[in-house]
Design a protein around this ligand. Structure first.
Ligand SMILES: Nc1ncnc2c1ncn2[C@@H]1O[C@H](COP(=O)(O)OP(=O)(O)OP(=O)(O)O)[C@@H](O)[C@H]1O
Length: 263
């Protein structure tokens, strides 16, 4: 069996009396497109922070490609290949699309090589390539402030990819997107090379089921189920967890084996 790229073992995080993430054990194989879903407050964003290192675990271990990174701070985990897009944008609004990606690409080249002019040219070329990949080449000279919401999310993916991640974490990348923008995002993520393992937190279950090769459902901080998209769609326990959130019906799109009526 392939060794997991990301391995969580007994990971927990408490805030006072509240256990927001409760004994989560999860292996994500290299090349996976793994989705983390669950109703509001299930602990998805907290779990993301425990993986990136922006928050410390209360218990458990986080391993990247077999190395225990639990005690490493966020910048060191980033250097080992964990990159993320956030729920709230971290773009420089006053700068152009290209400048935003270039800054990230230059950081990457600086950490690996001295920034001699040849390297600067390489960073610039990489930035242009990434903008083409995410469909923003024509917007390179546009200030970020003038981009649509969907374009900003595309740019965030380009910025995250500029760090040449092994593990790309996407926190609600489709939030606020139109259906056309979401479809474009899915196509973009599907086209990423297998060398980039993707973990996505997403409320839009159409995006989740279009993209994910595996899904973990969190509920009240605990893993309710990890399985294929079809297994998750068919799970009565998952539909039960989503009852009352207005999202239960999203499991019943007619394409999967789901059979329970959820109002
Ligand atoms: N810094 C914090 N201090 C105290 N409680 C927190 C903190 N961060 C999160 N929580 C609580 O932990 C629980 C899990 O929150 P979290 O944001 O991880 O859930 P989520 O699944 O990402 O929710 P959503 O889908 O609404 O973004 C919630 O009850 C939340 O109020």
């Amino acid at each position: 069996m392939t060794a997991p790229l990301l391995s969580l073992s007994g990971v927990s995080r408490s805030f006072g009396a509240l256990t927001a993430v409760d004994d989560v054990t999860l292996d994500v194989p290299p090349g996976a497109r793994h989705a983390l879903i669950g109703p509001n407050g299930a602990g998805k964003s907290t779990l993301f922070k425990l993986v990136t290192g922006s928050m410390r675990v209360s218990a458990g271990t986080v391993a990247l490609a077999g190395d225990d990174v639990t005690r490493l701070p966020e910048p060191q985990r980033a250097r080992r290949g964990i990159s993320q897009t956030l729920q709230h944008s971290s773009l420089f609004l006053g700068q152009t699309v290209e400048q935003n990606v270039l800054l990230a690409a230059q950081r990457q080249y600086r950490s690996r090589h001295s920034l001699v002019p040849r390297r600067q040219a390489a960073a610039r070329a990489r930035a242009r390539e990434l903008l083409t990949d995410v469909g923003l080449a024509a917007r390179a000279g546009t200030p970020v402030a003038a981009l649509s919401h969907g374009e900003r999310r595309q740019l965030e993916v380009a910025v995250a990819l500029a760090c040449e991640p092994r593990l790309l974490l996407l926190d609600e990348p489709a939030a606020g997107m139109s259906p056309a923008e979401s479809a474009r995002l899915v196509a973009l993520l599907q086209a990423l090379p297998e060398s980039v393992t993707v973990v996505i937190v997403e409320h839009d279950l159409d995006v989740v089921f279009a993209l994910a090769t595996s899904v973990t459902v969190l509920h009240l901080g605990r893993v309710l189920l990890t399985g294929s998209p079809d297994e998750v769609r068919a799970s009565a326990a998952v539909q039960e967890a989503y009852l009352g959130t207005g999202r239960g019906a999203l499991f019943l799109d007619g394409t999967g084996p789901a059979h329970l009526e959820v109002s």
